[in-house]
Write a protein that binds this ligand. Structure first.
Ligand code: ZN
Length: 147
């Protein structure tokens, strides 16, 4: 892997056309969240250039700091499958207020996404807001800073 992505290997040109699938995947995996402490269930789905969708849910732990975010699980699944690029992200959160990725997950996504990558925030009724990664994580630090 040289880490360069010039777009030639991309088969997903219009990630917004896959939003319904991302939502379905995130909503399904949210049902599997292990959130007995917060009762705040999150599902996340990632789209990669190959067209595959990876999903994850939050996994809490009685030792609270050992819990993991949904996005972290989805990213781990993507990396374990040998993929290294995210072209769209969608999260589904519980609650009345619209949830978006936590600060730590914004940085996790930054590792594998472009600043222009869309991040969709949904609740059970569907997508309620769309951001770019740069909007969620301005003035950010990424792999390119390490040369
Ligand atoms: Zn998070």
């Amino acid at each position: 892997m040289d880490g360069n992505h010039n777009g030639d290997d991309q088969t997903v040109d219009q990630p917004h056309e896959r939003v319904d699938e991302l939502f379905a995947a995130a909503l399904a995996v949210q049902q599997n969240a292990h959130a007995p402490y917060s009762n705040y269930r999150v599902g996340a789905a990632l789209l990669t250039p190959s067209g595959r969708i990876f999903s994850g849910c939050n996994v809490e732990n009685a030792a609270y700091p050992q819990g993991a975010c949904a996005e972290a699980g989805a990213i781990a699944a993507m990396v374990a499958a040998g993929e290294r690029e995210i072209v769209a992200v969608l999260t589904v959160c519980d609650g009345e207020q619209l949830g978006t990725c936590c600060g730590g997950c914004r940085q996790r996504i930054r590792e594998f996404a472009k600043l222009s990558t869309p991040v969709y925030a949904a609740d059970a009724s569907g997508v309620r807001a769309t951001f770019t990664l740069e909007e969620l994580l301005p003035h950010s630090f990424g792999p390119e800073h390490l040369g």
